[in-house]
Design a protein around this ligand. Structure first.
Ligand code: NAP
Length: 530
C-alpha cells in the first residue's frame, strides 16, 4: 500500500491524466425554486455537477423554466426528463419530452440524459444542430437484475454506437458479485462511463467509482434525502470515502457482514487510513454468500477484509492460511491478502480483549506476552457466554496460561466449548456462578445481557462479584454496564468493551497496512459515535 503523496507524485493518486470522477447530486424538488435551493446546497456540500430531474417538477413550462433553471443553476447541469417506462415520473407525450431535452441542449445544458431506447430518435430529429458544448449521456436502466459481463459489455457498445458522448448503465445488484461485474466493465470502458449497481449490495459501485474510472458518482444531499438504497450522501463520499483522493491504484479494504450498514468500521478505519496518509479506502460489503464473494473478489489491490456476523466461520474456510489461535477458535475476523493472491486469516477479537484485560491487570504492560509471561498466567478466568465472543475469550485466555471456566445459559454449550480447550476447561451454569459456588480471579462477560436497551439487566448478580480482581464486559453500548458499575462497587478493576472493539480494529489495521494506527484516533471515533 503506498502513501497518497507517493501516489500523487507519480500521477497515480488520481489516475494519471484521467479526468477526475465528478461528484453529482440529483435535484428532485417539486418546484423550480426548490430545485435552485437544492442546487445551492449542493455547492456547499461539494458537488461538481447536479442532475436536474425535470420529471419531478409538479408543473413545467419548458420554454420558460428550462432556460431559467440552467441560467440560475450554480453548477454544470445534467438535464434528465425520465419517463415512467424507464423508472421516472413523466407520463406525457414522448415528442414533447424529446423536444424539451433538445431545448435544454440548445439552452446551454452541459449534459442531457437520453434513454437508450429513444436515443436514435433523439439524434435523428431535425432542426438546429446540438451545440458541441452539450454532451449527451445515453442511459439504460435495469431495475430487476444485473446481466452477465458479456451482456453488459455488449450493452456498453450498443449505447456508444448511438453517438453517445457518455455511456450510462444502471442495474439492480441482487448480490455483491453483480457489483463486481459492473466495476469490471466500467474499468475496461474506453469512453466516459457512468456505471451503477443499484441497491445496498451494489453500493461499492458508488463508493469506488474513481478507482474504476467512473465519469461521475451520485450522492444524496442528506441522509433523509437518499433516493435509493445504498446511495451515500455527498458528505460521506467526500469525507468518509475520500472520493477526491481516490485513484486507479487506491487499495481497497472493507468489512464483510450481513447486515453491515450499521458498522462503525468504515468510520474508524478510514479515519486512520487518512490520518497516516495511505492511498487506501475502506468500504462496507453486504455479502450473502462468503464463498462466492471470496472467489470473485480476488484482485490483489483488495488488500484486506474485516469479517463480522454471520461470516466468521466461512471466512476461516475461505482462508488459504490461518493463524493457529483463530483456527482453534474456529472463527476468522480478519483476512489479509498475501503476495500469491491467497488470504491469511486471523482473529483479532481475542487478542484485543485479552490485551485489554492484561493491561487492566498490569498497567503499563507494553511487550507481547505468552503463557509464561502474561499476567493471566495461572489465574482462573470465568468466561460468561459460549457464543462467538465467548469462544474467542476462552481460547485466548487458555493461550495465555489461564485456567478457564465457562458459564453459560445453555450448560451443554458451555461443556462442549470447555472440552475443546487444551487443557480442557470446566463448565457451569449461570446459577452456580450467581450462588458463588464457582469463583475466579477474572470474570469476562461475553453474553449480550446488559446491552441497550436492556441496560438494567446483568449476567452476574452483584453479590457474586466480590473477590474478583478484574471484570471485563464485551458489551459496549452502554460503556458502563450495570455489571461493570457493580463490579467497581465491589472493589474490582473494570475494563470496558470498547477496548475490545477498538483493539480488534487497531490490530486489523496493523495487519492490513503494516503501519501503526494513530494513537487514540480509533478510540475517539468510536467514543464519539456512542
Ligand atoms: P453469540 O454468538 O450470539 O452468543 C451469545 C451468547 O450470549 C451465548 O452464550 C448466549 O447463551 C448468551 N445469551 C444471550 N442472551 C442471553 C440471556 N438473555 N441470558 C443469558 N445468556 C444469554 O454472540 P457474540 O457474537 O458472542 O456476542 C455476544 C456479545 O458480545 C454481544 O453483546 C456483542 O455485542 C458483544 N461483542 C462485543 C465485541 C467487542 O468488540 N466489544 C466483539 C464481539 C461481541 P446461549 O448459548 O444459552 O444462547
Amino acid at each position: 500500500m503506498e502513501s497518497e503523496q507517493a501516489a500523487s507524485e507519480r500521477g497515480g493518486g488520481t489516475g494519471g491524466n484521467a479526468p477526475r470522477t465528478q461528484l453529482c447530486t440529483s435535484l428532485v424538488a417539486s418546484t423550480v425554486q426548490g430545485m435552485l435551493a437544492e442546487a445551492k446546497e449542493a455547492v456547499q456540500k461539494g458537488a461538481d455537477i447536479v442532475e436536474i430531474r425535470l420529471d419531478y417538477l409538479q408543473q413545467l413550462d419548458p420554454e420558460k423554466d428550462v432556460p431559467s433553471l440552467l441560467h440560475l443553476c450554480p453548477l454544470p447541469a445534467i438535464i434528465t426528463y425520465r419517463p415512467v417506462w424507464e423508472g421516472g415520473k413523466y407520463d406525457g407525450p414522448e415528442a414533447e419530452r424529446l423536444a424539451t431535452l433538445r431545448l435544454a441542449a440548445l439552452s446551454g445544458a452541459a449534459y442531457v440524459d437520453v434513454e437508450l431506447k429513444v436515443a436514435p430518435l433523439f439524434f435523428a430529429v431535425g432542426g438546429d444542430p446540438l451545440p458541441p458544448t452539450t454532451k449527451v449521456i445515453v442511459s439504460s436502466h435495469d431495475y430487476e437484475q444485473t446481466a452477465s459481463e458479456e451482456e453488459l459489455q455488449e450493452l456498453v457498445e450498443r449505447i456508444h454506437a448511438t453517438g453517445a458522448d457518455i455511456v450510462k448503465f444502471a442495474t439492480m445488484a441482487n448480490d455483491i458479485t453483480d457489483a463486481y461485474r459492473v466495476l469490471s466493465v466500467l474499468r475496461r470502458c474506453p469512453v466516459p462511463c457512468i456505471a451503477l449497481a443499484m441497491g445496498e449490495r451494489g453500493q461499492i459501485t458508488r463508493l469506488l467509482a474513481p478507482k474504476y474510472g467512473g465519469f461521475l458518482t451520485f450522492g444524496a444531499l442528506s441522509p433523509d434525502r437518499v433516493s435509493a438504497p445504498g446511495q451515500p450522501t455527498l458528505q460521506q463520499l467526500s469525507s468518509l470515502y475520500g472520493l477526491k483522493e481516490q485513484g486507479r491504484n487506491t487499495a481497497v479494504l472493507g468489512i464483510v457482514g450481513n447486515p453491515v450498514s450499521h458498522s462503525k468500521s468504515p468510520a474508524i478505519h478510514n479515519a486512520a487510513l487518512q490520518a497516516v496518509g495511505l492511498d487506501a479506502v475502506y468500504v462496507p460489503l453486504l455479502v450473502d454468500d462468503m464463498a462466492s464473494f471470496l472467489s470473485t473478489f480476488t484482485d490483489l489491490d483488495w488488500v484486506g477484509l474485516s469479517v463480522t456476523i454471520p461470516h466468521k466461520q466461512a471466512a476461516l474456510q475461505g482462508a488459504s492460511e490461518v493463524d493457529p489461535v483463530a483456527q482453534q477458535i474456529g472463527a476468522v475476523n480478519t483476512l489479509v491478502r498475501q503476495a500469491d493472491g491467497g488470504l491469511k486469516g486471523y482473529n483479532t477479537d481475542w487478542s484485543a480483549a485479552i490485551t485489554a484485560i492484561e493491561r487492566g491487570l498490569r498497567p503499563g504492560l507494553k511487550a507481547a506476552t505468552d503463557a509464561a509471561t502474561s499476567p493471566l498466567s495461572g489465574k482462573t478466568v470465568v468466561v460468561v457466554g459460549a457464543g462467538g465472543a465467548g469462544r474467542a475469550l476462552a481460547f485466548g485466555a487458555a493461550a495465555k496460561g489461564a485456567k478457564v471456566v465457562i458459564a453459560n445459559r445453555s450448560v451443554q454449550k458451555a461443556a462442549d466449548l470447555a472440552a475443546q480447550l487444551d487443557p480442557p476447561a470446566s463448565a457451569c451454569s449461570l446459577d452456580e456462578l450467581a450462588s458463588g459456588a464457582v469463583k475466579g480471579d477474572v470474570l469476562v462477560n461475553t453474553t449480550s445481557v446488559g446491552m441497550q436497551p436492556q441496560v438494567d439487566d446483568t449476567p452476574v448478580p452483584a453479590a457474586a462479584l466480590a473477590g474478583y480482581e478484574l471484570v471485563f464486559d464485551a458489551v459496549y453500548t452502554p460503556l458502563h454496564t450495570r455489571l461493570l458499575r457493580e463490579a467497581a462497587e465491589a472493589g474490582c478493576k473494570v475494563v470496558t468493551g470498547d477496548t475490545m472493539f477498538v483493539g480488534q480494529a487497531e490490530d486489523q489495521f496493523r495487519l492490513f497496512t503494516g503501519v501503526e494506527p494513530p494513537k487514540g484516533l480509533m478510540s475517539r471515533v468510536v467514543l464519539d459515535s456512542l
